[in-house]
Write a protein that binds this ligand. Structure first.
Ligand code: KPL
Length: 297
């Protein structure tokens, strides 16, 4: 049984894609919801399928836990279920940004903790509808030593979804690559309140993007990541902004729906990292503060 913590768009996409009757959503601690989680999934071909996923019960023993909560909710949500989880059950973290994954690995250093970096696109236009908006790829790797022996089996198990999954020995590197993209797109889309593609021509983006990329390149080098030229980082950010031109970023979507954003785990993480490494990060700091003013925390 694969338990899924977090029934947002991504959690529902994975629950619907994994083999039927092999998944269950983890209820909030202290609650025992009545019926299953019912919704429709619109696939990449545009066809809609009804989906019904049960809640995990006290008699179920998950042999894999997928954590699909927002970065800021992860530690508290895991604390609610960790006591009921066998010590050998791998936990796979799907959060955006960085910071929440390290917090979990530090809290449970002896547990098999893995992380996934995914480019699958999913959104939830209404509470009972999920749209698989774009085919992506997912990389899975270990965050703790105890997680390492589980990489192959977890990758194979997740492969049952039909989504494209790869084992990754350097998952931190993957998470950094995604962080660069999220740090260079998401706050601009939230502040400018526009789809991803529109940021590239905006004055606010053009004024700050080179300094932002310089800050990120310095932070990556100081964190042991392979050296990247700021101009290359900018080119990658702009390529993804163009490739996802019509998309509403996850941060803009959170902001529009009055939900807390993941800014503290994206530019906020970079800004805190800069403070701890003695590297000035005024652009990350400014973007963090502006997004924090736009949305509740
Ligand atoms: O990952 C994304 C997000 O919205 O969080 C991007 C790549 C910016 C696509 O929208």
């Amino acid at each position: 049984m694969i338990a899924i913590l977090g029934a947002g768009a991504l959690g529902r996409l994975w629950a619907a894609s994994l083999p039927a009757r092999d998944t269950a959503f983890v209820p909030r601690p202290g609650t025992s919801p009545a019926g299953p989680v019912a919704y429709s999934l619109k696939g990449l071909d545009g066809a809609e399928h009804p989906v019904s996923i049960p809640w995990l019960t006290a008699s179920d023993t998950p042999d894999l836990l997928l954590v699909m909560t927002k970065a800021g909710d992860t530690l508290a949500a895991l604390q609610g279920i960790a006591g009921a989880l066998p010590p050998t059950t791998p936990i796979v973290l799907f959060q955006n940004g960085l910071g929440s994954q390290q917090a979990v690995a530090e809290r449970w250093p002896d547990h098999p903790v893995l992380a996934a970096s995914t480019t699958e696109g999913a959104n939830r236009p209404s509470p009972d509808q999920v749209v698989h908006a774009g085919a992506g790829e997912t990389w899975v790797g270990a965050l703790t030593d105890a997680g390492r022996p589980h990489i192959a089996a977890v990758t194979e198990r997740l492969g049952g979804s039909g989504l494209r999954i790869h084992p990754e020995n350097d998952i931190l590197g993957r998470l950094w690559q995604k962080l660069v993209i999220n740090a260079g797109i998401n706050p601009f889309t939230a502040i400018l309140d526009c789809p991803n593609g529109d940021i590239v021509a905006a004055d606010f983006f053009r004024t700050h993007i080179d300094d932002l990329c310089r800050e990120i390149a310095q932070l990556m080098a100081a964190s042991g990541q392979p050296a990247s030229k700021p101009a290359d980082l900018r080119a990658r950010i702009e390529a993804v902004a163009h490739a996802t031109a019509g998309n509403t970023s996850s941060m803009r979507s959170d902001m529009l729906q009055g939900r807390p954003t993941e800014i503290d785990y994206i530019n906020g993480y970079l800004s805190r990292l800069g403070q701890s490494l003695g590297i000035a990060t005024p652009v990350n700091q400014m973007l963090t503060e502006q997004v924090q003013q736009l949305s509740p925390n």
